[in-house]
Write a protein that binds this ligand. Structure first.
Ligand code: IMP
Ligand code: MG
Length: 178
């Protein structure tokens, strides 16, 4: 295990809290009526964002979890997406929002949007806490973006480096990282 320096803060816990509250309001505003808003958390990275987002929303929220492979060890995508854990329930006729930690190349989200759209939800939107626009290799539509960030490898608030740092309450960068 290499010795890694303390992460430096890119986006503070306070900044995240206030932005997530705004995103919760935007999602509810875009889903008028009383029907459930069904959030799909993309594991593992989306779990902290989901937990804060649902607690900023009212009682129409339901949720389910899906897991896809993204990066293995290290910081670069293989470009291949695999389904590791599927949803528990179907999506037909439901108002669905994908909740993802970050959109980088866009490959993971493109894959997810394609397979979930095929399950005939009434609506399908996407919320990402972070976006690295300069890294995009496929164009993908994201309805709610928390923060646009430069091409730095970030950790914390669900995001990992080799499975570490997911529990940091802020978004940080490792100076030793890519
Ligand atoms: P994409 O398919 O290239 O858009 O990659 C999306 C996935 O890669 C995300 O869901 C993350 O799990 C992971 N990822 C991309 N950038 C970072 C980063 O800077 N830190 C940690 N994980 C990242
Ligand atoms: Mg992810």
């Amino acid at each position: 295990m290499p010795v890694l320096s303390e992460p430096s803060v890119l986006i503070s816990a306070d900044q995240i809290r206030s932005r997530v509250a705004t995103m919760a309001t935007e999602i509810e505003r875009d889903h008028p009526g009383d029907d459930p808003i069904h959030l799909i958390c993309v594991l593992k990275g989306g779990f902290v964002f989901l937990a804060d987002l649902v607690r900023a929303m009212g009682d129409r929220v339901t949720m389910d979890f899906i897991a896809v492979s993204s990066y293995g060890k290290g910081t670069r995508s293989s470009g291949e997406v695999r389904l590791l854990k599927d949803l528990d329930a179907g999506l037909a006729g439901r108002d669905v929002v994908i909740v993802e930690d970050i959109v980088d190349t866009g490959l993971t989200l493109t894959y997810l949007q394609d397979i979930l759209r095929a399950r005939a939800p009434r609506s399908l939107r996407t919320a990402c806490l972070l976006s690295k626009p300069s890294r995009r290799t496929v164009s993908v539509h994201v309805d709610y973006v928390g923060f646009e960030i430069p091409d730095r490898f970030v950790i914390g608030y669900g995001l990992d480096y080799d499975e570490r740092y997911r529990n940091l309450p802020y978004i940080g960068v490792l100076d030793g990282g890519e």
